[in-house]
Structure formats: structure tokens, C-alpha cells
Design a protein around this ligand. Structure first.
Ligand code: SF4
Length: 362
């Protein structure tokens, strides 16, 4: 009969217990997340979150086996659908699938992001109001504000499918609505592909501006500067609409989306040079809310989640997906996001993004 030293016996006992304890711990983590969300417990520091998700016995940061500081998903762009009713020639998130996650799965992913440090969520597409006539989007907006209590919830839309009753149901939960508008000349919008037969994109923009004022949602405009609008003077119209921000992007080529063999668009004819982009900015330097984004600034400075909740890495000029956060968690997936946090801060990615803090004179 074999005998063990007391210390060796203790070691054997610990290793026998280690696996079941680890499994038990893993099964407790979702319960802890749920409790925190259900009872509105305040968010904890990033370091504490890492410790909660770490198994007992694993080293902490700074200890042996040093774990590099993980990227925090402070601001996330969730492109939950690729479907759209417009056909912009330079679109760089095209309708390659018609997939949309079930609502409960999308909520689970958003909760994971909140647990990992998300402060701002932006819903985008495709056209985010196209799925379930905006109800799916409304439910996510409400969930993020009411249950996750995110400081900022925003949407980027082409604006064509938004109805006033959406503002009545969900407006109070939304901080910022950004509407894409590249020209105040309707014929240019038609040339770009941003328009539908009978609807006037510019008239619609004015209606949305008024609803944002009525329902207390901060109003923003996004414009993509390209070959067809680069010479336009938009000073007067933008000042009259008075958005909180006017984001001005330089038209960008992404392989597999709007460039290359497997792309659904060929945006080469829309591209402008850096000098032309600078010329546009110079013409509009009197607009105080203008936020310029050259190709250089845009590159790698956005955390993009696709319809499967995979981070899209644009470092090689095309969108390469990570694994889904729903399968491997945020910390693991974000390692493959290609996200450049320094560039995010340099381009002013963190700004006053909660309508409560904007102190708007509605
Ligand atoms: S509105 Fe946006 S998503 Fe739709 S085609 Fe145009 S750029 Fe693409």
C-alpha cells in the first residue's frame, strides 16, 4: 500500500478539486452578469472585471505570466444588418448577407460589451431602420439606455425609413441620431445613389431635424466627400440645420466591399485626393461643428462589429472578421479587431456624447 507525504497529499487533493471548481466558477459568471444588469449595480473598474472573469489561481496583471492590458471597447459600432434601401456607389458596408441576430442574442452580446467597459454604442448598417420597421432597433436602443444604462446610445441612418411614431416610442432612450447627407443638390444625391425615386433626401433631412428637436434627440450629419460633391459649398445649409456635429469623411476604398473582385460596389470613380479633401475642409472652416475624417484618421480607429458580432479588422485594407464575441467573449475577440486606441483618441473619438451632458437648447 502506498503512502503520501502530507504536502503531496494536499497537492493531489487540490488538483482533483481544481477542475470542478473551475467549471463551477465559469457557470457562475453569467449569473453575476445578469444580477448586475437586473439590479442596476454600478459598473466596476476594468481591473475588477478582469479578476471576476479569471479563474481562481490564475495570475493577475503584474504577477508572473504578465497579461498585457486588454483593449477596452469604450465606443462600439454595431452594424447589425447589411440590408439597405439605398444604393450608394461608394458604400463600404454592403449587403453581403441578410443575417440579423435574434434579439435576445444581440442583447446578450451588448451585455458582454458593457461588462468589458463599453460606454457608447452606435447602431449602424446597412440601414438600421429597415429590419422589422425599426422595432428591432428601437428595442435595442431602449435596452442599452434603460437596462445597460450606457452614457451614449446613437444611430447612423440614411433617414428615409424613420417615422414620427418611432420617436414617440423610443426617442427618449436615444442620445444622438446621425443622418447621412452628401449633398443639398438632389440631382447629386441621385448620382451618388442616395435616394429613392419619389422621395427627396434633403426635404426628409429637414423633417428629421424638426423631430429631433421635438423629441429631444441630438442631431448630427455625416457626409462622405467624393468626386461628385467635392466642389459643393454646404456652409449655408449646414448652419441652418445646426447639427451638434458634422462628420465629414473622405471617401474610402475597402477591398471586398467597394473595391476588388468580390466586392458589390466599385467605388474607384468616387475617390478624391488628400488635397481635394483639404480643399473641401478649407471651404467649410467657418462651420464650428465640423469634424473632419481623412482616410488616415479613419483607418483602424473604429471598433466595428458585424451582424454576427465579430470585430472587423481593416488593417490590410479589407474587413477581416474575428470570432464572434458570443462564442469567445469580448477580450478574446477584440485581440483580432486591429483597433488602434491611440488613433481613436487622436481623431477625437471620445467626446461629449450623452444628451444629458450636451446641455442643448432644444
Ligand atoms: S445608405 Fe449607407 S448603407 Fe445604404 S447604401 Fe448608402 S452608404 Fe451603404
Amino acid at each position: 500500500m502506498w503512502m503520501l507525504e502530507p504536502s503531496a497529499f494536499a497537492g493531489k487533493l487540490l488538483s482533483a478539486l481544481r477542475l470542478p471548481l473551475g467549471s463551477l466558477w465559469k457557470s457562475l459568471v453569467p449569473l453575476l452578469c445578469w444580477l448586475r444588469a437586473a439590479f442596476g449595480l454600478p459598473g466596476t473598474e476594468r481591473r475588477q472585471q478582469l479578476q471576476v472573469q479569471r479563474e481562481p489561481g490564475e495570475p493577475t496583471e503584474g504577477e508572473e505570466g504578465d497579461i498585457p492590458a486588454a483593449t477596452t471597447p469604450t465606443s462600439v459600432n454595431y452594424h447589425f444588418t447589411r440590408q439597405c434601401n439605398y444604393k450608394c456607389g461608394f458604400c463600404f458596408h454592403t449587403a453581403k448577407t441578410s443575417f440579423v441576430l435574434p434579439l435576445q442574442e444581440a442583447k446578450r452580446g451588448l451585455l458582454l460589451l458593457k461588462e468589458a467597459g463599453m460606454e457608447k454604442i452606435n447602431f449602424s448598417g446597412g440601414e438600421p431602420f429597415i429590419h422589422d420597421r425599426g422595432e428591432y432597433l428601437g428595442k435595442l436602443v431602449r435596452f442599452c439606455k434603460e437596462e445597460l444604462q450606457l452614457p451614449s446610445v446613437s444611430i447612423v441612418s440614411n433617414g428615409s425609413l424613420i417615422r414620427e411614431r418611432w420617436f414617440q416610442s423610443y426617442g427618449e432612450f436615444l442620445d444622438i441620431l446621425a443622418i447621412s447627407c452628401d449633398s443639398f443638390d438632389e440631382s447629386v444625391n441621385v448620382l451618388i445613389g442616395r435616394g429613392q425615386a419619389k422621395k427627396n433626401h434633403v426635404e426628409n433631412l429637414q423633417k428629421l431635424r424638426a423631430w429631433c428637436r421635438d423629441y429631444r434627440v441630438a442631431f448630427k450629419i455625416n457626409s462622405v466627400i467624393n468626386r461628385f460633391n467635392v466642389d459643393e459649398d454646404m456652409n449655408e445649409e449646414i448652419k441652418a440645420l445646426n447639427p451638434v456635429r458634422w462628420k465629414v469623411f473622405q471617401c474610402l476604398l475597402i477591398e471586398g466591399e467597394n473595391s476588388g473582385e468580390d466586392a458589390l460596389r466599385e467605388a474607384g470613380r468616387f475617390v478624391i485626393s488628400d488635397e481635394e479633401f483639404e480643399g473641401f475642409l478649407e471651404r467649410h472652416k467657418g462651420v464650428s461643428c465640423l469634424v473632419p475624417e481623412s482616410n488616415q484618421k479613419m483607418k483602424d480607429s473604429y471598433l466595428i462589429l458585424d451582424e454576427y458580432m465579430r470585430f472587423l479588422n481593416c488593417r490590410n485594407g479589407r474587413k477581416e472578421p474575428s470570432k464572434s464575441i458570443l462564442d469567445v467573449g469580448v477580450e478574446e475577440a477584440i485581440k483580432f479587431s486591429g483597433f488602434d486606441e491611440k488613433m481613436f483618441l487622436k481623431r477625437g473619438g471620445k467626446y461629449v456624447w450623452s444628451k444629458a451632458d450636451l446641455k442643448l437648447d432644444w
